[in-house]
Design a protein around this ligand. Sequence first.
Ligand SMILES: Cc1cc2nc3c(=O)[nH]c(=O)nc-3n(C[C@H](O)[C@H](O)[C@H](O)COP(=O)(O)OP(=O)(O)OC[C@H]3O[C@@H](n4cnc5c(N)ncnc54)[C@H](O)[C@@H]3O)c2cc1C
Length: 368
Amino acid sequence: MGNSPVNDCLVVGAGFAGASVARALADAGRQIRLVDKRTHIAGNAYDEYDAHGVLVHRYGPHIFHTNGERIFQWLSRFTGWRPYEHRVLGVVDGKSYPFPINRDTLNQLYGLDLDEAGAQSFFEQVREPRDQIRTSEDVVLNSVGRDLYEKFFLNYTRKQWGLEPSALKAGVAARIPTRTNSDDRYFTDTFQAMPSHGYARMFENMLDHPNISVETGVDFLDIRNSHRCRHVVYTGPVDAFYDHRFGHLPYRSLRFEHEHLPEVARFQQVGTVNYPNDHAYTRITEFKHLTGQEHPGTSIVREYPRAEGDPYYPIPSDANEALYKRYEALALSEPDVTFVGRLAQYRYYNMDQVVGAALTAAKRLLER
Ligand SMILES: Cc1cc2nc3c(=O)[nH]c(=O)nc-3n(C[C@H](O)[C@H](O)[C@H](O)COP(=O)(O)OP(=O)(O)OC[C@H]3O[C@@H](n4cnc5c(N)ncnc54)[C@H](O)[C@@H]3O)c2cc1C
């Protein structure tokens, strides 16, 4: 590396955070060296054609949704879109019900014929009001009561997080709405769409800029003392950056079991089916629903939560938050390093929120 030119900025990680910062800085004339330790770009949003020619998401289903028009427009420079509204069913006692819970879930589950006002008063009757909403258990019991909590949330949460809902911060369950109408979309954001040619292609376009050089298979930890960049934008796990000096920040991981089913045109009715109470996996996703691809067979993925493995989800609890704050204090005192993204900020961010945070970080850097 001794003779290589000095770049303005080293960006660590080619996921949404790193790629967005890199592109925004490159557009402003900065020279960017971007590295990722994986063999591909696009981070956890990476998609690829499997051996049977079906477009699949290697690290689990990624559905783009946002209310941020600015973010949607910015990404639209790099991709066209296929409108897609995600739908999920939850299997309870062998039957599938709309999820998030809505009026139809109640009617089908309890053999009722409630209208919206009826659903509203049903929830009023069964909910267990809580004065203080601190945990995910509080959120769910407070809105839908114990039976629905036990049928749809309790075991799913145990599997997904390896924790009781009472040990998880309220924000986790608060991501899932409860509806009195029949809206069975998983998300209600203004913009819901999938990149027309997939995420990896969108990232290729984002990083296709004369000021950006991309190196995959390069671990920052191996070059941290030899790179010659003025500034580092780091999007990996913040605790790894500091050699875990205060201990490991807990992340939840997943094992993905991909399967191709030849000559099965459609495996399930909707994009994702949740199995709160059965199986070791939490859910099955069938990719053709998401991508709209035509193919005589289909490809699905089962998600098995686990403690070890790649860090996917920061685990929101008070203790973890406190540990993160110690790392954050170190991070904030670094004049030459910017920390941004899901792992670097230890936040349960969606893709659009990561893009928003990355564009803000790039703007701040440019204003310096
Ligand atoms: C199963 C699953 C499903 C999801 N579904 C959705 C969804 O439907 N909708 C949604 O909006 N969001 C979803 N998300 C969240 C989404 O994946 C994240 O918001 C987004 O990918 C985060 O981008 P990022 O750049 O912060 O992190 P990442 O995508 O994790 O990218 C970080 C990159 O940094 C690299 N890196 C780390 N350390 C180093 C190092 N030392 N040297 C070099 N490179 C390094 C990693 O290899 C990685 O590629 C989902 C997440 C998961 C796990």
